[in-house]
Design a protein around this ligand. Structure first.
Ligand SMILES: Cc1ncc(C[n+]2csc(CCOP(=O)(O)OP(=O)(O)O)c2C)c(N)n1
Length: 333
């Protein structure tokens, strides 16, 4: 039976065929397992510095990128592992980057916050909050000048939307009708700052009207709903009508970074959002409509876990960079 023949499904879910849903679910599992393995690696002293996990935000990363085409671009943030995987990055090359190995996406020189895979359409993550926004405007200008029909999707947080770069980027992208999709992952906090104390309007998406573009405020834990709206925004960008602003309301289950003691939010709040787990929500809906049975869903999860375990082993076994190559890719103009 094809997806659109299944009874009583929301149109957003019915629009996704089984192969697409399986791919989306696989990527959501890969993100979750990647983050869990990253956390475990940190605890075992395998990586240094810090990292920012996006457990709980999987539907936003996967749903928004699902309608992108292979030649489209994304730009990511400090909380970017999920965006890379959603765009199809190979976890073993990501772990190699994470562990600072020569085989990583950026030869181990970038680490967690600077994974780029230009050939795969990922123009890079960014440790500067809001840093991707003006870059997206530049990419949009380049796409427009080259008339190559591509789209650039840029991710940022609710905190970043209070920066000047956000407002300048949206304004310029709009007046020049650039093919950019702005995706705000509103996880309620910028470090420890609750969004209610940082913004004068209730929704980031409300700001779109000031820049003459559509603003979509979404349940960011609903994969199918996010994908449906992203599809509309991507089509608008590709057809030359200009940018859109999508706000995915979601939540990070973990602290901001490894130094976060989580003193600014309650256990009850965290528990409430854990009950809206985007992966389980999708699985429950698929089961309710007899699209996948429990065994098929379990297999997708187990396969993802196996891939992540193998990725960690691959990366651990890779050689460290040779100190004599320290300045190899350093240049000055
Ligand atoms: C320009 C800039 N200012 C401050 C910081 C320190 N900083 C890192 S992450 C962060 C919070 C970002 O919050 P948000 O944009 O909501 O993203 P989230 O961490 O919630 O995903 C801050 C203030 C930074 N990296 N860059």
């Amino acid at each position: 039976m094809s997806a659109d023949q299944k009874p009583n499904q929301r149109p957003e879910l019915a629009a996704l065929d089984d192969a697409t849903v399986a791919q989306a679910l696989t990527r959501m599992h890969l993100i979750r397992k990647f983050e869990e393995a990253a956390e475990a690696s940190y605890m075992r002293g395998l990586i240094h510095g810090t990292m920012h996990l996006s457990i709980g935000q999987e539907a936003s990363a996967v749903g928004t990128t699902l309608p992108l085409e292979a030649h489209d671009y994304i730009l990511s943030t400090h909380r970017g592992h999920g965006h890379c995987i959603a765009r199809g990055a190979e976890p073993r090359l990501m772990f190699a980057e994470f562990f600072g190995k020569e085989t990583g996406y950026c030869k181990g020189r970038g680490g967690s916050m600077h994974i780029a895979d230009v050939e795969g359409g990922n123009l890079g993550a960014n440790g500067i909050v809001g840093g991707g926004l003006p870059i997206a405007v530049g990419v949009g200008m380049s796409i427009k000048a080259q008339k190559n029909g591509r789209v650039c999707m840029v991710f940022f947080g609710d905190g970043a939307s209070n920066e000047g770069a956000f407002h300048e980027a949206l304004n310029m992208a709009s007046i020049w009708k650039l093919p950019v999709v702005f995706v705000c992952e509103n996880n309620k906090y910028g470090m420890s700052m609750d969004i209610g104390r940082a913004m004068a309007v209730p929704n980031v998406a409300d700001r779109a009207s000031a820049y003459g573009m559509p603003g979509h405020c979404l349940d960011g834990n609903d994969l199918a709903g996010v994908a449906a709206v992203a599809k509309v925004a991507i089509a608008r960008a590709r057809s030359g009508e200009g940018p859109s602003l999508i706000e995915c309301k979601t939540y990070r289950w973990r602290g901001h970074s490894k130094s976060d003691r989580n003193l600014y939010r309650s256990k009850e709040e965290i528990e409430e959002w854990r009950n809206q787990d985007p992966i389980r929500r999708l699985e429950d809906e698929l089961k309710a409509h007899d699209r996948f049975d429990a065994a098929a869903l379990m297999k997708l999860e187990e396969d993802a876990q196996r891939d992540i375990d193998a990725a960690v082993e691959f990366a651990r076994a890779c050689p460290d960079p040779d100190p004599k190559d320290l300045t190899r890719d350093v240049y000055a103009l």
